[in-house]
Write a protein that binds this ligand. Structure first.
Ligand SMILES: Nc1ncnc2c1ncn2[C@@H]1O[C@H](COP(=O)(O)OP(=O)(O)OP(=O)(O)O)[C@@H](O)[C@H]1O
Ligand SMILES: [Mg+2]
Length: 261
């Protein structure tokens, strides 16, 4: 029962005139997900790998109950995202680059605010804050306003805050995007630690190296379709030279060819 199941989700967005212009298309709709399925289990890191616009963020936002898929279903430990969204939210952490921390608050304030929001016992929240702030080197900056902090520090604070309620499912959209190698390493090490503690980690990325270093299982998503889905070594074995990079380019190319047929 303990797993996250995504079953055949589809999502189409209506495009406004402005979006049509940005996307350089006369289409009034964009099919972001064309029936995506996968499962993520405790003690595993699942990587959703795909180029820009593939549908990664859309899929993760559906799981995080922020948007509804048009069809298909998603469940977390047996709770459906549509009908039991509160139970789902209790169990997941969701982090995306679109979420911005308010400039004029301090890490201490934000952590306490979000612990209250998640109804975490205040004593427990203080303990978690101590642990996470120490783990991510936030200690020294606890009382510094967000506006005065570096990009990497802001990202680490966002991560710490997303984990206030000690969730079993950690869903991170491009967690190392824009981070220097040292900060990225801190984040990667933490995700490995969470996996080893039996949590389920789901991350999206377009960086092959992150997948190769980190993921136990991988799904390659292109143009809203899952093109490969298996254990990392099995996916690598799909390429002539056992390289994820070769396979990734092949799949992207195939998809571009199919588009023009
Ligand atoms: N709210 C929206 N309205 C209209 N189109 C959208 C919306 N959200 C996403 N899309 C479109 O759906 C497609 C998939 O977007 P999505 O953000 O899921 O891709 P992604 O794989 O996360 O890409 P990236 O690597 O650039 O973050 C894109 O073509 C995008 O423009
Ligand atoms: Mg995205």
């Amino acid at each position: 029962m303990k797993s996250l199941l995504v079953n055949d989700i589809k999502k189409t967005f209506k495009l406004s005139k402005k979006q049509q212009k940005i996307e350089q298309t006369s289409d009034t709709k964009k099919i972001a997900l064309k029936g995506v399925s996968f499962e993520a289990k405790p003690g595993e890191i699942f990587g959703l790998l795909g180029p820009n616009g593939a549908g990664k963020t859309t899929a993760l936002r559906c799981i995080a109950t922020l948007i509804k898929p048009d069809s298909g279903d998603i469940s977390v430990d047996g709770y459906g995202v549509q009908h039991d969204s509160n139970e789902v939210r209790k169990r997941i952490a969701f982090l995306t680059n679109e979420m911005k921390l308010e400039d004029h608050f301090t890490p201490n304030y934000l952590f306490r605010y979000f612990s209250k929001l998640h109804k975490v016992d205040p004593k427990e929240a203080e303990k978690r804050k101590e642990y996470l702030f120490n783990r991510f080197g936030i200690d020294k900056f606890q009382e510094v306003k967000v506006a005065d902090l570096s990009t990497g520090m802001k990202q680490k604070i966002s991560i710490a805050i997303s984990l206030v309620h000690d969730p079993d499912y950690i869903i991170f959209d491009e967690p190392t995007n824009g981070l220097d190698v040292l900060t990225a390493r801190t984040v990667i090490d933490y995700l490995l630690e969470m996996r080893d503690a039996g949590k389920t980690v789901i991350l999206s990325t377009h960086i092959l190296n992150v997948v190769e270093k980190l993921c136990d299982r991988v799904g390659i998503i292109i143009e809203g379709e899952m093109k490969a889905l298996d254990r990392l070594e099995n996916v690598q074995n799909m390429a002539k030279d056992n390289s994820l990079e070769t396979l990734f380019f092949e799949l992207v190319e195939q998809s571009a060819v199919n588009e023009h047929v």
